[in-house]
Write a protein that binds this ligand. Structure first.
Ligand SMILES: Nc1ncnc2c1ncn2[C@@H]1O[C@H](COP(=O)(O)OP(=O)(O)O)[C@@H](O)[C@H]1O
Ligand SMILES: CC(C)(COP(=O)(O)O)[C@@H](O)C(=O)NCCC(=O)O
Ligand SMILES: [K+]
Length: 254
């Protein structure tokens, strides 16, 4: 059995491949409790202990080493960690220092390109990232900005009175309360940013270049975008499964 993990800064997602070709998957916020996560996965795999365990993590190498230790101790499997390479499966990483590119971003780019060729990938996670890849598999780089929660908390931390204290029916309209001013403001800022980048990128990529939306806030942002996009919550896990199936070597975090 193969077990795949996508570890972000807020949430983790897992996928267990089953003998019948299907899979089980789940995920939730992790609070960086790596031993608790390993124990939970031991429960998940109780009936089907994984022979192979692959991890795509952006939690940092120290966290990866602790997670690896926990997974080895609890699941009795040595996890392989996949980090962004310079090239893989026909794609080329835009970064001069390829390993610095978040592996979640790289895996989503790999998966999107193999499905659609030229593509734009928006990951609405703890950070909101946008990446582009051209028809030849050249990663063009991208952007990293705070996600919705980070935007809100930066306002709360940086001011005495700005708080979201009551429920808001969020829209792009001017807010008529502090709560609505914040919720509509961070939404509109994020939507405007995504739209601006997509319009710009479509001038060099094909003008119908597909846009993939993923991440915990994708469902909040997508309805406000003035163009169709492909919602895909699993694109990072799909990319990890793809590179492993193609023979990725991975590494044990130092
Ligand atoms: N149930 C949830 N738990 C945590 N974050 C959530 C949840 N639902 C929506 N979010 C939003 O999604 C963001 C996390 O995005 P996600 O893609 O799940 O995590 P990661 O950034 O770890 O990949 C949070 O900052 C929050 O704004
Ligand atoms: C930008 C990210 C924090 C996004 O991760 P997430 O918000 O999904 O937790 C992650 O891709 C990362 O740590 N990247 C490293 C820096 C870079 O990609 O340039
Ligand atoms: K992510």
């Amino acid at each position: 059995m193969r077990l795949f993990l996508d570890i972000g800064n807020t949430a983790m997602k897992w996928r267990l491949n089953l003998p019948d070709g299907g899979c089980r998957q789940g995920g939730h916020a992790h609070q960086r409790d790596w031993w608790g996560l390993a124990a939970e996965l031991a429960q998940v795999c109780a009936q089907q202990p994984p022979a192979v365990l692959w991890v795509g993590s952006v939690a940092g190498r120290e966290a990866d080493a602790e997670l690896a230790q926990a997974l080895k101790a609890v699941l009795n499997v040595t996890p392989r960690f996949y980090y962004s390479p310079a090239t893989d499966l026909g794609l080329r990483n835009a970064y001069a220092d390829p390993a610095r590119l978040g592996v979640d971003r790289w895996l989503a780019v790999v998966e999107a390109w193999h499905r659609e060729g030229a593509a734009i990938i928006v990951d609405c996670g703890s950070a909101l990232t946008i990446d582009a890849v051209d028809a030849d598999g050249m990663h063009l780089g991208g952007y990293i900005v705070p996600g919705l929660t980070m935007l809100r908390t930066s306002l709360f931390r940086g001011t005495a009175q700005v708080r979201v204290t009551d429920p808001v029916s969020t829209s792009l309209a001017p807010g008529r309360s502090t709560s609505a001013g914040v919720e509509n403001g961070v939404l509109r800022m994020s939507v405007a940013f995504i739209t601006d980048v997509v319009v710009e990128l479509r001038k060099t990529l094909t003008d119908t270049c597909p846009v993939f939306m993923t991440g915990g806030d994708a469902a909040v942002l997508q309805p406000h975008l003035p163009f169709a996009a492909l919602a895909d919550a699993d694109i990072v896990l799909d990319g990890l499964e793809r590179v492993v199936a193609a023979g990725a070597s991975g590494e044990e975090p130092a």
